[in-house]
Design a protein around this ligand. Structure first.
Ligand SMILES: *[C@@H]1O[C@H](CO)[C@@H](O)[C@H](O)[C@H]1NC(C)=O
Ligand SMILES: *[C@@H]1O[C@H](CO)[C@@H](O)[C@H](O)[C@H]1NC(C)=O
Ligand SMILES: *[C@@H]1O[C@H](CO)[C@@H](O)[C@H](O)[C@H]1NC(C)=O
Length: 411
């Protein structure tokens, strides 16, 4: 009995080994150490960040354009990684719009900065990015300028700082994590790569807050006069003194909390309130300037209007599929305006506005956790008597009032 059970275990272990061997087609390959290193980092990220924060991961399978040995390496990493743990993973070459709102971390394997930039532009989502750059480039300076290109794309085009780059050297079998610190005491909008120490890769180790102190770096803000929200005093020398009104004050608070310098830009033309974004792609005013990256932000009452103005706004924030085809939008619109049924509209908007729920962004706001302390007071006999009598007095008074009311209304 004992013996056959032991025999079964041996078989079982052999079967497991068989699976392991099958999952390691590069068993004899010189890339095995690198596969192990990448797999190890991915494992930490999965446990300490993805599982800990319930983040869905999108893994781009669009790595077939990689060269043969790089593609094989990626296949090995994925075979091994995916067989280890259960986690919500979307494995595809393209991310569908329905899924994109649920996915929070994108994992990409690339062989050049150009591939990284093309892949991130195609994804068009704000989320967090983990880019594994498989390179054979021997020159450190070339590697650094390549990484800087990727980071510049994230900062200036995507306005996204949540990117971690793993530089995987195919020949040296090294794996180095890099990020960038755009705003420091010495520099503004810096995209130089900064090597990070090996970590446990918890969420804030991967993507630390980098905007809580912008060290006085300038942000250009498009403004136009509109009382009582924005009053402008162009004659003042400092940006912070040039604005007041409700939104002006808000801007000053932001600048002081985040420690940036306000650089005001007039709208084009200067008196235009906000701007327009048409379905044909034409944009004017502040929208146009932001799109052309001629300014960094705008605020003040611009988005006012009716449901008919929603499609261009949704399109501007990158939610094209909400308004296409036009007939689909008409259905949603009519159901709301003619049949007073808001559900289709809410279902549609929920997909894009879900991050406005406070619990979804709470961890980013840095609000200290709240505690509730209840102290119960023990009353002495005399105090207890006093409060009991007060209670009875109150009680009787209410009854008297009610009786009076009752008498008056009965007569
Ligand atoms: C901010 O706007 C300026 C133009 O005023 C632009 O040169 C700069 O790149 C923008 N900053 C970022 C982070 O995109
Ligand atoms: C804001 O940035 C300036 C310029 O780097 C610096 O001197 C100052 O100490 C910063 N303020 C805070 C509160 O960190
Ligand atoms: C786009 O539509 C707007 C408003 O209908 C119009 O003023 C503008 O000329 C159009 N642009 C193009 C390129 O057709």
């Amino acid at each position: 009995m004992e013996l056959s059970s032991a025999g079964f275990h041996v078989l079982h272990i052999l079967a497991l080994l068989q699976v392991q061997v099958a999952a390691w087609p590069v068993e004899e390959s010189p890339h095995l150490p690198l596969v192990r290193k990448i797999t190890d980092v991915l494992h930490r990220i999965r446990v300490n960040t993805c599982a800990a924060h319930n983040l869905r991961v999108f893994i781009s399978t669009d790595y077939e354009h990689l060269d043969e040995k790089e593609a094989t390496l990626v296949r090995c990493v994925l075979d091994y990684s995916l067989s280890r743990e259960e986690l919500p993973v979307v494995l595809a070459s393209q991310l569908s719009p329905e899924l994109s709102v649920r996915v929070r971390l994108q994992l990409l394997f690339v062989q050049s900065p150009a591939q990284a930039i093309a892949a991130c532009s195609a994804l068009e989502i704000k989320g967090m990015y983990l880019i594994v750059w498989l390179t054979s480039q021997p020159e450190v300076s070339v590697q650094r300028s390549g990484m800087s290109q990727i980071f510049a794309h994230f900062l200036h085009r995507l306005y996204n700082l949540n990117v971690l780059l793993l530089l995987a050297h195919m020949e040296r079998s090294t794996l180095q994590p890099f990020a960038f610190l755009p705003y420091t005491a010495g520099s503004c909008a810096n995209t130089e790569p900064v090597e990070l120490p090996q970590r446990e890769w918890r969420l804030r180790e991967m993507f630390p807050y980098r905007l809580s102190n912008m060290h006085g770096c300038p942000l250009s803000v498009i403004v136009w006069p509109i009382a009582p929200y924005m009053n402008l005093h162009w004659e003042q020398p400092r940006g912070v003194d040039q604005v007041d009104g409700l939104d002006g004050l808000l801007l000053r608070i932001m600048a002081s909390r985040m420690n940036f310098t306000i650089q005001l830009l007039p709208n084009e033309p200067p008196e235009l309130v906000g701007g327009s974004s048409y379905l044909n792609g034409t944009m004017t005013g502040a929208y146009r300037m932001l799109l052309d990256r001629r300014a960094n932000l705008t605020l003040s009452s611009a988005v006012t209007g009716t449901i008919d103005d929603l499609p261009p706004v949704l399109q501007f924030v990158g939610f094209n599929e909400a308004c296409q085809p036009a007939a689909a939008w008409q259905t949603v619109d009519k159901s709301f305006q003619l049949n007073y049924n808001p559900k289709p509209l809410l279902d549609l908007l929920e997909n894009r506005l879900w991050r406005t729920c406070i619990y979804k962004v709470k961890h980013e706001l840095g609000i200290p956790s709240q505690t509730e302390v209840v102290h119960r007071q023990e009353l002495s006999n005399v105090e207890a008597l006093y409060y009991r009598e007060e209670h009875i007095k109150c009680h009787n008074k209410i009854f008297d009032l009610c009786k009076l009311e009752f008498c008056v209304s009965s007569y």
